[in-house]
Design a protein around this ligand. Structure first.
Ligand code: ZN
Ligand code: ZN
Length: 303
């Protein structure tokens, strides 16, 4: 406390460690002594390395028990562990910031990683900064996603067909691109089968199958329906596999279709038989049988 009478008696408190007179005490010590006693990166606590699961196939990091479902990163596990440790030792209200000094400084040895870092924390009102390193112990295995991919797992099939015609290769290529672009982090495509009448895409989850089907229909037209089949039981619950039947639209009167380098204007669609049309270049009327129209692709929609 400051007193008004003279310089000598200005400070009523002093640090019991170094004897310095000061008005500002932190845990009864002066700022310097208090700061000196603090270890943000505590060697003893960190002698037990931070543990993280790493997938040998995709290289992803996972936390939690077992196969490790929750994806994480070295930065995240290190930050969480350091913050928790500091808060346990210096109080849960401590403001802690951890910066992993990454790049090529991350040393990945067999099962141990040395991670250099900078830690800033505010402890009892004092900002403290420390540089050091910590060890992360790597438990190698295969993540759930990778083991499912390896096992050919799928939960749904997106079946792409077209009404009264065969989807053009361009449509199937687009559908495939849409499928890959709509995968979430945990999703995957385990198999694709090209059939005479279309394409089957085997997907890892029902949600992802639905998302893909919806987007294909949005881009290419038509509609889709779902049907599910009981596949088995897991942990007492029924497990279903879902088929998404995507139907691209049939050719319609007035639209233009391409076969090879020829463009035809559709005059009349005769279901299951073929289409009556006009060759756009010559004006000649012609009838294209089902077999020929199977090679046709939409002119306007695709290009
Ligand atoms: Zn002191
Ligand atoms: Zn993996």
């Amino acid at each position: 406390m400051k007193e008004s009478s003279g310089d000598k008696e200005r400070w009523s408190k002093f640090c019991p460690k170094c004897g310095k007179k000061t008005d500002e005490l932190f845990d009864s010590l002066c700022r310097a002594c208090f700061t000196k006693g603090i270890r943000l990166i505590d060697a003893e606590t960190l002698a037990i390395p931070i543990r993280v699961n790493v997938c040998e196939i995709c290289g992803g990091y996972f936390k939690g028990k077992g196969a490790g479902k929750e994806r994480t990163s070295i930065e995240e596990v290190v930050t969480d562990a350091i913050r928790k440790d500091i808060r346990e030792r210096y109080g849960h209200e401590c403001n802690v910031r951890v910066e992993v000094l990454g790049g090529n400084e991350l040393k990945d040895t067999e099962n141990r990683m040395i991670v250099p870092l900078r830690v800033k924390a505010e402890i009892k009102g004092v900002e403290i900064e420390e540089r050091g390193e910590t060890a992360v112990s790597l438990k190698r295995g295969t993540c759930e996603r990778c083991s499912r991919i390896t096992g050919g797992y799928y939960a749904g099939i997106v079946q792409i067909r077209a009404d009264d015609r065969i989807p053009a290769d361009e449509e199937l290529t687009m559908a495939e691109e849409i499928a890959y672009s709509r995968l979430g982090d945990a999703d995957f495509i385990s198999k694709e089968t090209k059939l005479k009448e279309g394409l089957d895409i085997y997907v890892s989850s029902m949600e992802c199958g639905r998302r893909i089907s919806r987007q294909i229909v949005k881009k290419l037209g038509g509609g889709f329906s779902e049907s599910r089949k009981l596949y088995g039981k897991k942990d007492g619950r029924n497990v279903y596999r879902v088929s998404f039947s995507v139907r691209l639209p049939a050719f319609t009167e007035g639209e233009k279709v391409e076969i090879g380098d020829k463009v035809f204007s559709v005059v009349k669609v005769r279901k299951e038989k073929g289409i009556a049309c006009v060759d756009v270049a010559t004006g000649e009327r012609t009838f294209l049988k089902k077999k020929e129209t199977n090679k046709a692709r939409r002119h306007s929609r695709i290009l």
